[in-house]
Design a protein around this ligand. Structure first.
Ligand SMILES: [Zn+2]
Ligand SMILES: [Zn+2]
Length: 461
């Protein structure tokens, strides 16, 4: 048998009646990584046509091919593991990861109708064991009474921001919740059975926090998730270490949250986060969604194995291109940092405000954002509307009288300081919207200037 394997063949049965060339397996693996939507049937049909053309007779058995391929891949994985290859770590940011990004992918579902009793080879390797996750979710439910309904922030309703969800009837696994590092390397995943609930990212955070020393935990619903974690940590002591990490609202998603939320939670305003976008998980998800074209019809174990093979393939591709991606990213970031500092300087001198005033503004806007008492919690909409109207009128009168007396720019500054003194919601909002670009550029100060986020700029590799 060992002679066969060392000669480049893989036995499909114990007696080695049928042999596969290892070349076929590695071709299939490579093709699956490049084109995740390729089905086993498609590949076998191609092989059949090809072998017919070159004079080989007989049929290719799909199930035997699938089983042998998995056996081969699993053995290869074990061999690499013995050689200390870590398949689900990032060489660039291990052992101290800056950011972990978690998100659910509801396209990687599986239909209930495909049943199978066999055990997966890669049980718990990449996708966490279902029993462990169920156990964790049940424990959380017993500790905290959950509130139903979706989370609302700003004008958007976030389906991921919920504590409970109903099951879909035709589906078994409803999707995958994955965590990647800021370089897009897959770290861990779990099967979702109840839509996107907070318990899923929480489980993954618990699993990875100690192993990766992560500093930031990026989600698209950080403003809802973090208070939930804090509440839960009161009753569950084992979750307390998770609070050592810092919340990070993904930069693009933050635009759809409320303005206050964006100021407090957005990753762009977190000190030490650098140019992390928190959206790195999206590109992995677009890859995994393509895998779902075939995995949704598979049995439970086959899906688990195939997704693990895909994840290993994705990570391998990441590692191979990492040196190029990092060096080009470094140069790009340096150039951007320089250009942005220059821009900030120009804008400050154009508006005639010294650095300390800008810092004061930043501080004021932050204070305004974190202060919930000014009207935002007020349920009485009528009162709120009335007070805003009054303030608006007052502001207009004050503005008119000030314009009569002083020059344009000076008036602005006096007016702004007046508004700050008044500590007024309406005024601050106006003031924030006028000087928004300047303020956002300076958040946080004392660290490197923050890059303006361009859509999908981070997809550099
Ligand atoms: Zn990394
Ligand atoms: Zn929010």
């Amino acid at each position: 048998m060992s002679d066969l394997i060392s000669s480049g063949y893989w036995p499909a049965s114990v007696n080695a009646d049928t042999l596969f060339s290892i070349d076929v397996f590695s071709s299939f693996e490579e093709m699956k990584t490049v084109a995740p939507g390729l089905s086993r049937q498609g590949f076998l049909r191609m092989l059949e046509r090809r072998t017919c053309l070159f004079g080989r007779a007989g049929k290719l058995h799909g199930d035997v091919f699938q089983r042998s391929f998995m056996e081969y891949t699993f053995c290869q994985y074990q061999c690499e593991k013995m050689a200390s290859v870590e398949h689900f770590t990032c060489p660039a940011c291990t052992p101290n990861m800056l950011a972990l990004c978690a998100d659910g992918n509801r396209k990687v579902y599986r239909f209930r109708q495909s049943k199978g009793s066999e055990e997966p080879y890669f049980d718990g390797t990449f996708i966490a064991k279902d029993t462990d996750v169920h156990h964790f979710v049940d424990e959380i439910r017993s500790k905290m009474k959950s509130t139903a309904g979706k989370g609302i922030c700003g004008a958007s309703q976030w389906s991921a921001a919920r504590e409970t969800a109903r099951r879909a009837s035709k589906l078994d696994e409803e999707g995958l919740e994955v965590v990647v590092c800021r370089h897009g390397v897959l770290l861990k995943a779990l099967n979702m059975y109840r839509g996107e609930i907070f318990a899923y990212p929480l489980y993954l955070q618990k699993e990875l926090q100690a192993a990766t020393n992560g500093q930031f935990y990026c989600t698209d619903i950080a403003c809802k998730y973090w208070p939930y974690l804090e509440k839960l940590a009161v009753s569950m002591l084992e979750l307390r270490p998770l609070l050592q990490m810092r919340p990070f609202l993904s930069v693009m998603h933050a635009k759809a949250h409320s303005t206050k939320c964006e100021i407090i939670w957005s990753g762009k305003n977190q000190e030490g986060a650098g140019t992390t976008a928190g959206e790195e998980v999206e590109m992995v998800n677009s890859y995994l969604s393509r895998c779902a074209l075939t995995t949704k019809y598979m049995t439970k174990s086959a899906r688990n194995d195939m997704l693990t093979v895909h994840a290993i393939g994705w990570n391998r591709r990441k590692w191979e291109g990492l040196h190029l991606a990092l060096s080009s990213r470094y140069i790009k970031t340096l150039k951007k940092a320089e250009a942005e500092s220059q821009k900030l300087e120009d804008l400050s001198s154009e508006l005639g405000c010294p650095e300390n005033i800008v810092h004061q503004w930043v501080h004021d806007v932050r204070q305004w954002a974190s202060d919930d008492s000014v009207g935002t919690r007020c349920d009485d909409q009528h009162n709120l509307q009335k007070s805003i109207e009054q303030m608006f009128l007052g502001v207009h009168q004050k503005k008119a009288s000030l314009y009569n007396h002083t020059g344009m720019l000076k008036t602005h500054l006096i007016f702004v300081s007046f508004l700050l003194l008044a500590d007024d919601l309406c005024g601050l909002f106006w003031y924030y919207s006028v000087f928004r670009s300047l303020i956002l550029k300076c958040l946080p100060f004392n660290v490197r200037p923050i890059m303006p986020f361009k859509s999908f700029d981070f997809i550099t590799f």
